[in-house]
Design a protein around this ligand. Structure first.
Ligand SMILES: [Zn+2]
Length: 287
């Protein structure tokens, strides 16, 4: 069993309330679309056959789809067309398909993409294979066993007891909070900003992080010209280094940097970089 994430304010968002009022089936279709997509790793893509199976009545299906599109629960992908999005530094392409299909709006904002899942599984398999290799290649008889044998054993145990990585762990808020849905209310935005502020306070920029970031900066300076780096990228700083790097960017420049330097940041970091709006560091011109 894998897990699908949902915004915990979903029932309180305007678009869900409006969709619910207009046609009750929309909210159920939306929820089922997300679990379907997670199970089959479609990155939020829903084909018409599946919708027809859920809503066989032509008139009802047309009504429900109209509301889904009007409230942006779905985005339409017309037959023959492609749609490209960028999320966490990855370029995702949908289509082209023979029939019109639909994409669950913002699915990948909250959920793992297929390429991320594949990457995660590959790394897990490699880790387990490495642990097995260490274990089977243990010390020959008569010689004192070295530490690596013990480590491998421990790793195997911890790999077994580790929870499914896609499962949200409420006790460990590793990643900053998801931003409120677009078109969200001021109240949602305020709440998110205060959650983000406490997350940033809990994940201060340590010396160790600053050092790791310096390595990325060295790559970055090779990749862009010096003045671009000084003007636009010198205020970036690392808050968290895990499967992704969470990097603080000036509030005013965050989206702009993501659009223009997203790919180069990911490639210099060697992993997806998530930018969070953060002015916690003074911006100093690089000498
Ligand atoms: Zn910061």
């Amino acid at each position: 069993v894998s897990w699908v994430k949902s915004d915990d304010r979903l029932d309180d968002t305007k678009k869900i309330k409006r969709a619910w009022r207009k046609h009750r089936a929309t909210v159920g279709l939306h929820a089922m679309s997300k679990t379907y997509s997670a199970r089959h790793e479609t990155d939020g893509l829903i084909d018409l056959d599946w919708i027809e199976e859920k809503l066989p009545d032509d008139d009802e299906r047309a009504e429900v789809l109209a509301v889904m599109l009007a409230e942006r629960l779905y985005e339409e992908l017309p037959s023959g067309e492609t749609k490209r999005i960028t999320v966490r530094g990855m370029r995702i392409t949908y289509g082209p398909h023979d029939e019109t299909s639909y994409i669950v709006h913002d699915y990948l904002e909250f959920n793992e993409a297929k390429c991320e899942a594949e990457d995660r599984r590959r790394k897990e398999a490699e880790r387990k294979a490495a642990a097995r290799a260490r274990k089977s290649g243990g010390s020959p008889p008569g010689q004192p066993s070295d530490n690596s044998g013990t480590d491998a054993g421990l790793q195997e145990v911890s790999a077994l007891s580790r929870p499914d990585p896609t499962r949200p762990d409420p006790t460990r808020p590793l990643m900053p909070p998801n931003p409120p849905p677009s078109g969200g209310r001021k109240r949602d935005r305020d709440r998110w900003e205060s959650e983000l502020a406490s997350w940033l306070a809990a994940n201060p920029v340590t010396d160790e992080l600053a050092e790791r970031w310096a390595d990325v900066v060295a790559e970055l300076r090779e990749a862009v010209d010096e003045s671009t780096f000084k003007i636009h990228l010198s205020a970036l700083h690392l808050h968290l280094d895990g499967e992704e790097m969470v990097v603080g960017a000036q509030r005013s420049a965050k989206s702009w940097i993501r659009d223009r330097f997203g790919r180069v940041l990911d490639s210099c970091a060697g992993k997806p970089v998530q930018l969070v709006p953060c002015d916690c560091q003074k911006i100093e011109a690089v000498a």
